[in-house]
Design a protein around this ligand. Structure first.
Ligand code: GLU
Length: 472
C-alpha cells in the first residue's frame, strides 16, 4: 500500500506549536514509509477563516521547511464535490432532509437539559421503515442529516491509543449540509480524505470524538476507513493546557524570538515521540527512525530550557557565514545598520564565530555583538561602578599608551600588549581584563580579550578607553 498523509489546518489563526508538531509527525510518517503528503486548507468556516491566516500558516510551514507533494487544496473550492456526495448519500438512504425549525431544536435541547441528558436530535425527520414522516412545512430550507447507525458501537483501532469505541446511541444524526446547502466540517473532512486517498490520518486527539462520526460516513460512502493516529496534547511548562499565557505559541513567534527551524523541529519531534534516549536528530535520522509505535499516549509538557539548549546546539553547528545572514534582520531590529557587502559579511561572520557559544538565540546573539557596530555603547551600570574606578585608571591609561603605539592590530600583537600592561603595572590579568572589557564592550562578559580588541578595532578601542577614563 502506498502511504499518504495529510496536514489539514483550519485557517482561523496562526499555526500554533501543536499544529506544527502534527504537521511534522504526519510528514515524517509519510517520508519514513516512502509515501506522500498532502496539504489541505480547511476553510469551510467562512466566518472564522481568513486569507491572512492562510498566509501565516504557509509562512510557518515554509519556515519549518515542509514541502508537500500535493496541495494546498482548499475546501472552499470543492463545494460542488461535497454537494455531489450529499446527493449520493440522500439517494442511497444514508442521509435525509430535516425540516426542524430553530425553535424546535431549542425545545429539544431544553427538554434534554431538563432531564440532565446530553442534548440530541430526537429523530423527528429520520426515515424508518413503516414510519410516517411529518408533513413538509412551507418556507423552511431543510438541512441534510447523516443517518448514523443507532445500534451497536462505532470503533476504530488508533495507532497511538489502541482500540477506541463509542456506543452509536451516543452519536446524533449529524448535519452534513446546512439550510443554505453549505457542507459541514466533519463531512468535508471525510469526502476529502476519500478523494485524496489518504491512508493515514494523523491529528490532535481533540478530534477523537469527530473520528467516530467520520468513520460512519466513510462506511456509508462505501470507502475504506483510513488508519488514525491521534496525538496527545502539548501542555505548557506548568502542566496546564498550552495557551497564549505561556508566551509564544504561534510558530512564527519562535522565529521572532531568534530560534532556528532545525531546533524547533528537533524539539517538536521529541514532544511525544522517542527513539531510545537520543535527543539530537538530523532530519535524515528523524525520517529514518520515526514510527507511530513510539508515540506517547499521554500529553507532553513544553520545556523552554530544552528548546534553548537545542537552539544553541544548532546555532553552533551552523556554518557561521550562514548564521550571519540569518542574524541580519535581528541586528536591523535593534537599530544596527547592516550591509550586503563581502567586507561587512566577513566581519559579521567573525563576530558571530567569536560570540556564538555565549548566546542561545539569534536575538541574544544580535544584542551581544551590537557593541561592534555602534559608535556609542551602553555601559552596564554595575560593571561601570566596579570596574571604571580610581583604582583601574592607571590600567586604562597604560592600555591607551601601549595600544595606541601599535602599528599592527592583530590578535597576537594585542594579546602581547595586554600582557605587557599586566607586567608593567605588576597586576593580575583580572585587574586589566575586567576594566578593559567594561570600557570597550560595556560589560564584563565578552570573548577572549585579543579577539574582542581585534573586532572592536583600534580607533574605537582607543576612543572608548579615553571615554572610560574621563568618567572616573
Ligand atoms: N482542520 C482541523 C484542525 O485544524 C484538523 C482536521 C483533521 O486533521 O482532520 O484542527
Amino acid at each position: 500500500m502506498m502511504i499518504k498523509t495529510r496536514f489539514a489546518p483550519s485557517p482561523t489563526g496562526y499555526l500554533h506549536i501543536g499544529g506544527a508538531r502534527t504537521a511534522l509527525f504526519s510528514h515524517l510518517f509519510a517520508l519514513h514509509n516512502k509515501g506522500t503528503t498532502v496539504l489541505r486548507i480547511e476553510d469551510t468556516d467562512l466566518e472564522r477563516s481568513t486569507p491572512e491566516a492562510v498566509e501565516a500558516i504557509m509562512e510557518s510551514l515554509a519556515w519549518l521547511g515542509f514541502d508537500y507533494d500535493e496541495g494546498p487544496y482548499y475546501q472552499t473550492k470543492r463545494f460542488d464535490r461535497y454537494k455531489e456526495v450529499v446527493e449520493e448519500l440522500l439517494e442511497k438512504g444514508h442521509a435525509y432532509y430535516c425540516y426542524c425549525t430553530q425553535e424546535e431544536l431549542a425545545e429539544m435541547r431544553a427538554v434534554a437539559e431538563a432531564k440532565k441528558e446530553k442534548p440530541r436530535y430526537d429523530g423527528t425527520w429520520r426515515p424508518e421503515p413503516g414510519k410516517t414522516l411529518p408533513t413538509i412545512p412551507e418556507g423552511i430550507k431543510p438541512v441534510v442529516r447523516f443517518k448514523n447507525p443507532q445500534m451497536g458501537a462505532t470503533s476504530f483501532s488508533d495507532l497511538v491509543h489502541g482500540n477506541l469505541s463509542v456506543q452509536n446511541s451516543e452519536l446524533d444524526d449529524l448535519i452534513i449540509a446546512r439550510g443554505d446547502g453549505s457542507p459541514t466540517y466533519n463531512f468535508c473532512v471525510v469526502v476529502d480524505d476519500v478523494d485524496m486517498e489518504i491512508t493515514h490520518v494523523i491529528r490532535g486527539d481533540d478530534h477523537i470524538n469527530n473520528t467516530y462520526r467520520q468513520v460512519n460516513i466513510f462506511k456509508a460512502m462505501g470507502k475504506p476507513v483510513p488508519q488514525f493516529a491521534h496525538l496527545a496534547m502539548i501542555l505548557g511548562d506548568d502542566g496546564q493546557k498550552l495557551s497564549k499565557r505561556h508566551g509564544a505559541v504561534g510558530v512564527m513567534e519562535y522565529y521572532d524570538r531568534g530560534f532556528l527551524p532545525e531546533a524547533v523541529i528537533n524539539y517538536l519531534v521529541r514532544l511525544g515521540w522517542s527513539h531510545g534516549d537520543q535527543e539530537i536528530f538530523s532530519w535524515d535520522e528523524m525520517v529514518q527512525f520515526f514510527d507511530l509505535k513510539n508515540v506517547n499516549k499521554s500529553a507532553s509538557a513544553f520545556n523552554t530550557s530544552k528548546l534553548l539548549w537545542l537552539n544553541q546546539h544548532y546555532m553552533i553547528e551552523k556554518n557561521p557565514a550562514e548564521l550571519a545572514q540569518l542574524l541580519k534582520p535581528f541586528l536591523a531590529k535593534i537599530g544596527v545598520a547592516t550591509e550586503d557587502t563581502p567586507a561587512f559579511d566577513n566581519f559579521l561572520t567573525k563576530a558571530v564565530e567569536a560570540h556564538v557559544k555565549r548566546s542561545e538565540t539569534l536575538v541574544e546573539l544580535a544584542e551581544m555583538i551590537k557593541y561592534l557596530f555602534i559608535d556609542e555603547i551602553e555601559m552596564d551600570e554595575s560593571a561601570k561602578a566596579k570596574q571604571i574606578t580610581e583604582a583601574s585608571k592607571p590600567v586604562l591609561e597604560e592600555l591607551v599608551r601601549l595600544l595606541s603605539a601599535l602599528s599592527e592590530w592583530e590578535p597576537e600583537v594585542l594579546d602581547a600588549a595586554v600582557k605587557q600592561v599586566t607586567q608593567n603595572l605588576e597586576v593580575g590579568m583580572g585587574k586589566v581584563g575586567m576594566p578593559l572589557r567594561t570600557a570597550i564592550v560595556g560589560r564584563t562578559n565578552s570573548p577572549n580579550l585579543d579577539e574582542t580588541l581585534y573586532l572592536v578595532g583600534k580607533e574605537r578601542t582607543l576612543e572608548r578607553l579615553e571615554k572610560a577614563i574621563a568618567m572616573i
